[in-house]
Design a protein around this ligand. Structure first.
Ligand SMILES: [Zn+2]
Length: 102
């Protein structure tokens, strides 16, 4: 098998794994639905990573390949869990108080 065939097979496997896991895959930052799949980008040593890059804003997202492979699919998207950055309310007790001296 040539390197090209190996690359194509690897790319197709990762593409299929992502599509099976997230049928409605979109950028977590801007919501765009076209992503670059970077199958040969290394993660940390010993970390088999799949990297995708938003084709519009460039946001990078990584998945642990084996965790993604073993997950039950499709994986539901929790829209509520990643919204805009918001200040904690007063019930957020861990927020340090600004005493005005800082
Ligand atoms: Zn984006």
């Amino acid at each position: 098998m040539s390197n090209v065939e190996t690359f194509d097979k690897s790319f197709q496997e990762l593409h299929d794994l992502l599509k099976e896991s997230f049928p409605e895959l979109e950028c977590l930052r801007c919501g765009y639905d076209t992503m670059y799949l970077m199958p040969n980008v290394a993660g940390l040593p010993g970390l088999p990573a799949i990297t995708i890059v938003c084709a519009r804003c460039g946001h990078i997202e990584m998945f642990h390949r084996e965790v993604l492979r073993s997950a039950s699919k499709p994986i539901p998207i929790e829209k509520e869990s990643h919204g805009v950055l918001a200040p904690l309310t007063e019930s957020g007790a861990s927020v340090p108080k600004d005493d005005g001296n800082g």
